[in-house]
Design a protein around this ligand. Structure first.
Ligand SMILES: Nc1ncnc2c1ncn2[C@@H]1O[C@H](COP(=O)(O)OP(=O)(O)OP(=O)(O)O)[C@@H](O)[C@H]1O
Length: 321
């Protein structure tokens, strides 16, 4: 396994007190696998990514669990070791490409600098490799683009460059948090295609965070559905999307206007996400669940295997209810 999270709990301390943002989150990603993470806003997708990257803020505390990357326990690493792992072994792509780019440095130089840092090559070689890296992310006329500053390029071009930077080490795992949300629909498709292509060609594992089930269906081998900081369903994409086991996954699918149109945002699901500060007893989705039973408001179901390669946290899937 490239990445394993086991029973991860993350708490934030704020003005209103403590909030549990992740509650016993477990996941695993094999070599070459693309895992999609979906869920409404506030479900804990970004906190999961930031926990892996060691980029949680100082008001966050990992109160339980394990994060293991290629068998190495990341929670025992210091900030310097984590910094060297990021970029080198774990690449990152976020929603807004400008946050990852140096605004006053030509993109070719940025790439060459990162390549030089990760591989023992001369400056001249690094510049050559930077052009190759731009070609690999399908930038036409890479020699010309290398001489440009980020502000001279479109959003889609910038995100291609961020992907080239993220892949330059090259990493074993790419974490992409809503990488296309800020882009036009046609560009979104191209960027996702590019991520999938790099995954196919290089065997890089990918953790892809998205709001969009259409994206999951096109790109991801497995999907993990999060709700209120917990994993409610996980399994092979096709199986989960064709026949969801958890009513929340079902609701997400019903909220999607057209699976064939991955650009469409999700429609709202009736009811409200629970206040994480006052996490309800029982299943967090119970108050919005059309199939809720008495037990759902009392006791929280654990995430358990419900069929081959599929887990769900739902009392409906148990024989014991
Ligand atoms: N820096 C922070 N300080 C305090 N609480 C935080 C912080 N970051 C996240 N949280 C809490 O964690 C919850 C999960 O946030 P997260 O950003 O992971 O959601 P998300 O699923 O990525 O949502 P979105 O799709 O909107 O990005 C939030 O609702 C909030 O309560």
């Amino acid at each position: 396994m490239v990445l394993v999270l086991k029973d991860l709990c993350v708490d934030f301390t704020g003005m209103r007190g403590k909030v549990r943002a992740l509650n016993n989150v477990s996941l695993s990603i094999e070599k070459g696998e693309v895992l999609g993470v979906v869920g409404e806003s506030g479900s804990g997708k970004s906190v999961t990514a930031l926990s892996i990257l060691g980029l949680l803020g100082s008001n966050a505390n990992i109160s339980n669990g394990e994060i293991s990357y290629s068998g190495q326990n990341l929670l025992t690493l210091g900030p310097k070791e984590m910094q060297s792992l990021r970029g080198k072994k774990i690449g990152m792509v976020f929603q807004e490409p400008m946050t990852a780019l140096h605004p006053t440095m030509k993109v070719g130089n940025q790439l060459a600098e990162v390549i030089k840092r990760h591989r023992s090559v001369s400056k001249r070689q690094a510049c050559k490799l930077a052009i190759e890296a731009l070609k690999e992310v399908h930038i036409h006329d890479p020699e010309l683009v290398a001489k440009k500053y980020p502000f001279e390029l479109s959003g889609g071009m910038r995100q291609r460059i961020v992907i080239a930077l993220a892949m330059s080490a090259p990493p074993d795992l790419l974490i992409a948090d809503e990488p296309t949300t800020a882009l036009d629909v046609t560009i979104q498709k191209e960027i996702l295609q590019l991520i999938k292509e790099l995954n196919d060609r290089r065997g890089t594992s990918v953790l892809l965070i998205t709001h969009d089930l259409g994206v999951v269906s096109n790109v991801c081998d497995r999907v993990m559905v999060m709700y209120a900081g917990e994993v409610v369903e996980e399994g092979i994409t096709e199986a989960v999307l064709n026949a969801p086991s958890h009513p929340y996954t079902e609701a997400l699918l019903h909220a999607l206007p057209d699976l064939a149109d991955p650009g469409e945002p999700l429609k709202a699901i009736p009811g409200e996400v629970p206040d994480l500060q006052n996490r309800p007893a029982g299943c967090a989705f119970a108050s919005r669940c059309p199939k809720a039973m008495d037990i759902c408001g009392v006791s929280a179901p654990a995430l358990e295997l419900v069929s081959t390669n599929r887990s769900a946290a739902c009392w409906l899937r148990r024989d014991t209810h």
